[in-house]
Design a protein around this ligand. Sequence first.
Ligand code: UT7
Length: 323
Amino acid sequence: MFRSVITGCGAYLPAHCVTNDELAERVDTSDEWIVERTGIRKRHIAADGELTSDLAQAAAERALANAGIPAGEIDLIVLATSTPDETFPATATTVQARLGIAGGPAFDVQAVCSGFVYALAVADNFVRAGQSKTALVIGAETFSRILDWEDRATCVLFGDGAGAVVLRAENGVATNGTRGILSTHLHADGRQHDMLYVDGGPSSTQTTGYLRMRGREVFRHAVVNLAEVTTEALAQNGLEADDVDWLVPHQANRRIIDHTARRLGLAPEKVVLTVEQHGNTSAASVPLALDQAVSDGRIKQGDIVLMEAMGGGFTWGAALARW
Ligand code: UT7
């Protein structure tokens, strides 16, 4: 019997940062509106020619360095993205080649903003099944490439970035007292397609398309689904909200995060927030936030960390770990 332990994390943000005031020069919006409705103050945008694989590779190399292991030990790469370099092959295989390794499975997971939680669950299940000893899980996005820069209701919300973690197999099942991923919880409801989707794709239009969102409806579903899935994760492990040291939520909107924390009864100091600096980086947002809280010393060994996310599909999920 095996469990997976997160032994390293890393992140990468493109150098170019765009403020709300700069966006207000392009579309009819204001810093005041964006901050009040979302909490976002700025976001990073990939440079021309800087691809999702570039962001992913940089985050992966930092995660490997943080875990103190050479790339050669990685036997599985799961990369969450909705903005792959190409329709195929998977961006995970590009990253694999750039890391100088070959042979182990490498594939992308597409669950939009829930992508990292989905990818973590997939990799955790490989480890539990004895099929991976050292896995790399990456969330990487260049959402700037699928935004309609004329649509103020969406273009102000998103940013580019990448985060990664290294999972190592340890002997013994995951229990409340052990380090490792305690449980993962994934859900989807494809009936909600029209709430959040991209209006293009290889099979439908042969174009990449742009992100379309009914923001208010997504917000309404997000607060319900995230409250349910975080409660489900705690209940499965016999834990109470008080046992949670850190909530590391998907960073879509400050108000959704505050609502989720309040519903759980979690003190605001236990919530890791990056939305202000990164905007919504989709599958990259949870590992970017994790990396920030680990690097600045907030998340320490032994802490109970609750991750959650919700995105297009709809998809949503949570993962609970003892760090
Ligand atoms: O990560 C995947 C999941 N995605 C999410 O979780 C996003 C969920 N939704 C949200 O975060 C929020 O719904 C938004 C931030 C997208 C929008 O906030 P809201 O408080 O729900 O605003 P709204 O959509 O109800 O729009 C209110 C008003 C509208 O004007 P009217 O109809 O009241 O005249 C919009 O046209 O704000 C207007 N508006 C803007 N005004 C200035 C929409 N976007 C902007 C903008 N600047 N950028």
